[in-house]
Design a protein around this ligand. Structure first.
Ligand code: SF4
Length: 262
């Protein structure tokens, strides 16, 4: 029988998750979030897809290694945690001193304060393409073909087209995560890099949708995109925008050719 683990301070309980089984990450998280922070799997992990991830509060990913399938193999849908205690600081004066020193270094770093904090990780797309270390054609090339337009994937284009809002992991002053005006998560550098030139897909909007599907099915975007890059090389043909979306969904559902890819 499917279960989830509920933890509140020292209380740990296994609870029935039959009503959650078959649901994807957003729906599962919405149903459990009143009980605490939620780490769960989607349909991919349930179906033991080897690219399955565990999603924490919908967008934070335990990605590589198929850990979602490990949870699925144990019929474990989610772990929900709530704590009411606090963390003691051993030496508060020293803690504040070190915090100030770290913040000073963050502010002094142009990579952080002019890149990550302003544009999020997508600012790396232009830099890595300029350095010729962006993954291209399943890592076989150092730069895209001249007719492949990378500009739609550059952070400034995304900023202009989407007016992204900042999101952060708990208490992080950098806040490198981004979502669109409607709250849809926008992809990070690794996902953009691997789902664009690496598979020869020219459409940023398709990457946004494939990223959303991966997060909801509980699939690791890097593993999915790496697999699609390999598939594109084997068949000697890039992955179109429509294929990217469709194959991602098929991997999550373990459906048809998606089962072999997954
Ligand atoms: S901790 Fe901060 S910099 Fe790191 S991923 Fe989270 S928001 Fe980005």
């Amino acid at each position: 029988e499917p279960v989830f683990i509920e933890i509140e301070d020292d209380r740990v309980e296994l609870k029935a998750a039959g009503a959650l089984w078959g649901k994807n990450v957003k729906e599962t998280t919405n149903l459990l979030k009143d009980k605490g922070s939620v780490a769960c799997i989607g349909r991919a992990g349930e179906k033991l897809v080897s690219l399955g991830s565990i999603m924490s509060d919908t967008v934070h990913t335990f990605g590589r290694g198929g850990v979602g399938a490990v949870m699925g193999s144990k019929n474990l849908k989610a772990i929900v945690v709530k704590g009411t205690g606090s963390v003691e600081i051993f030496d508060r004066a020293e803690f504040i001193k070190q915090k100030k020193a770290i913040n000073r270094l963050l502010i002094a770093s142009p990579t952080i304060n002019k890149g990550l904090a302003v544009f999020g990780t997508p600012f790396l797309v232009k830099i890595t393409s300029w350095m010729k270390i962006l993954p291209v054609a399943n890592f076989r090339e150092a730069e895209p073909e001249p007719d492949f337009d990378l500009k739609p994937f550059f952070a400034k284009t995304i900023a202009k087209d989407y007016s992204p809002r900042k999101k952060a992991c708990y208490s992080c002053p950098i806040a490198c995560k981004r979502e669109d005006k409607k709250g849809k998560e926008l992809p990070e550098y690794e996902t953009i890099g691997l789902m664009s030139a690496n598979i020869q897909n020219p459409d940023y909007e398709a990457v946004v949708e494939a990223n959303r599907l991966c997060n909801d099915y509980g699939l690791d975007t890097i593993s999915v995109a790496g697999t699609l890059g390999c598939y594109a090389e084997i068949r000697n043909k890039g992955i179109s925008a429509a294929e990217l979306i469709n194959l991602t969904r098929m991997i999550g559902e373990k459906e048809g050719f998606g089962e072999r890819l997954g």
